[in-house]
Design a protein around this ligand. Sequence first.
Ligand code: G6P
Ligand code: MG
Length: 212
Amino acid sequence: MNYKAVIFDLDGVICSTDKYHYLAWKKMADSMGIYFDETINNRLRGVSRMESLEIILEQCDKELSQDEKQALADKKNKMYVELLAQMTEKDLSSEVKETLDMLREKGLKLAIGSSSKNAKFILERLGLKDYFDAVSDGTNISKSKPDPEVFLKAAEFLHISPTECLVVEDAKAGIDAAKAGGFDSAGIGEAAACKEVIHSMHSFSDLIGIAL
Ligand code: G6P
Ligand code: MG
């Protein structure tokens, strides 16, 4: 298939910020005596901050007010942003950068489709501030994955139809979102094994064979 554009999820695809999400949520959960592990963390991939908190609170028997929930989400985000602030361009792997450069050299448009409100800060830390042709993120959507809104917006920003775009994801919610929006998907990490995925990737550079 000749795609005109590739839309990348950010956390867990372009960079390993998924591990920082885990660390920050774990600290928040521990401070409340709430059980949290990697399996629960996997359910948070692609899911918005407040929806992630609701999933974590399934393990908590106390009823919390909306203000208390907001305070917990803010506390987690503060810890998360402190971890992001320590990132540098060295946190962008050479495999990812070389693959992106090659796709772009071959004429593909490249975009970000992430539920995160921290996406632009992360791109800046990685030295990718002005690299992508479009950035669709948690600041321009009202529904997070598995709703396709974030990817549909990215395609709209690029002026390219969903059927001509490939979505790259590490989350089941993201693969489902791609399908719902009429996009082909490529899955890496646990998303590689999703039933709905079109292309399974072992490594980021597999995109060269898939997208070109
Ligand atoms: C991405 C991550 C999720 C995260 C969401 C919101 O989709 O995969 O784990 O909850 O972004 O991130 P934020 O940085 O806005 O809290
Ligand atoms: Mg992800």
